[in-house]
Design a protein around this ligand. Structure first.
Ligand SMILES: [Zn+2]
Length: 369
């Protein structure tokens, strides 16, 4: 492609975004290195090369400038990481862009967000028993629903699916997010902005507005943790996310953020952890005896794992599609009528199951403990 003019750069950029959408990418990475711009797409959880543009210094600078402009950044202010958002009329997607200075220029990562995405808990890929527990938690008038999982594992999507089943006419439903990714009819949304408005500040002012259901995008500091738990025990249903590696670890994490264990557990309606794991390509999956020692070390059994060899169907990556692993805790009455925290399934169990079925490879299965 001729990249001698700004117009040509813009066309290239648009072409690249169309290709990203076509290939089902979740993210686009645009990263400068000496004499070259490297563009990768994340597809089914794995980064793949889309293109390399080998350019002289002048054209590299021009490419960086056009990319910044197209991604919604006017200029990289003070060299600080920046966030922006843009869309192009020919694609039903919003692109959330983030910029970070690197040794050789500015790396830009775009997250693809489907515009007007429809949310429906019934079609979310959760097991029926998990959906039933979540549904019961959503029927409560107060308490906390809290989910954890790595970035990109679908936590926000799960919470929006959860909000979609709540009557947002009869209830005052409001979200506080950083950044706002999706929208729902009759949902009030406030974006927390770096340096000026914190989750805790917005939550405080929201509490004076007679809320019923509150989505707090992330609990990451003590003040937010305390405000959220306070809201959840004073007649409000609070949905949120927290950084933790397992559903059980959520309790420890909240304790670490200054919330008393007993208080948290008394108000817990539902806590979950999830992972989105790449699946083996069904067209080229074969036995992977080399990984037997790894499987034996982690799971203690002699299952023969499978791995995609790479073929034309999977762009030679051996990976096609993703599967959601999910574990959750609920608070229920035991046989003697006491309320207890009950764990349901585990991420490790599920990864073992999918590995034995040949759905995921040993490496991905063993990385989910
Ligand atoms: Zn394949």
């Amino acid at each position: 492609m001729d990249l001698s003019t700004s117009r040509a750069f813009e066309e290239y950029f648009n072409h690249m975004l169309h290709k990203a959408v076509e290939s089902g990418a979740s993210d686009v990475h645009i990263e400068p290195f000496p004499g070259v711009f490297q563009i990768k797409f994340r597809v089914d959880g794995v980064l793949r090369f889309f293109d390399k543009q080998i350019l002289d210094t002048k054209r590299l600078e021009r490419f960086a400038e056009v990319t910044r402009k197209m991604c919604g950044f006017d200029m990289g202010k003070d060299g600080k990481p920046l966030d922006a958002r843009f869309s192009i009329p020919s694609l039903p997607y919003d692109f959330r862009s983030s910029l970070c200075p690197t040794m050789y220029g500015e790396k830009i990562v775009l997250r693809l967000l489907q515009k007007n995405k429809a949310f429906d808990l019934r079609t979310y890929p959760l097991r029926d028993d998990a959906k039933a527990c979540l549904g019961r938690a959503l029927n409560r008038s107060q308490g906390m629903i809290i989910v954890s999982g790595p970035t990109g594992s679908g936590k926000t999507t799960l919470l929006y699916n959860a909000l979609s089943v709540i009557d947002r006419i009869a209830n005052n439903v409001h979200s506080i997010e950083d950044p706002i990714e999706y929208s729902l009819p009759n949902l009030g949304q406030t974006q927390v902005t770096h340096g000026s408005l914190s989750f805790a500040e917005v939550l405080r002012s929201l509490m004076r507005q007679d809320p019923d259901v509150i989505l707090v995008g992330e609990i990451r500091d003590e003040e937010t943790a305390r405000s959220a738990i306070h809201a959840s025990c004073t007649g409000h249903l609070v949905l949120s996310t927290v950084h933790a590696n397992s559903a059980a670890e959520i309790v420890e994490r909240m304790e670490g953020l200054g919330v008393k264990r007993d208080l948290f557990l008394a108000n817990l309606a539902f806590a979950s952890a999830q992972r989105l794991v790449s699946k083996n390509c069904p067209h080229c999956t074969e036995d992977d005896p080399d990984s037997i020692p790894l499987v034996r070390a982690v799971f203690g059994d002699d299952a023969i794992p499978k791995r995609g060899r790479g073929c034309e169907h999977c762009g030679n990556s051996g990976i096609k599609g993703m599967v959601l692993l999910f574990e959750w805790l609920t608070r229920e009455r035991d046989g003697s009528g006491n309320k207890v925290i009950k764990p349901h399934d585990s991420l490790l169990n599920q990864s073992r199951y999918y590995m034995r079925e040949g759905v995921i490879n040993a490496e991905n299965a063993c990385g989910t403990d």
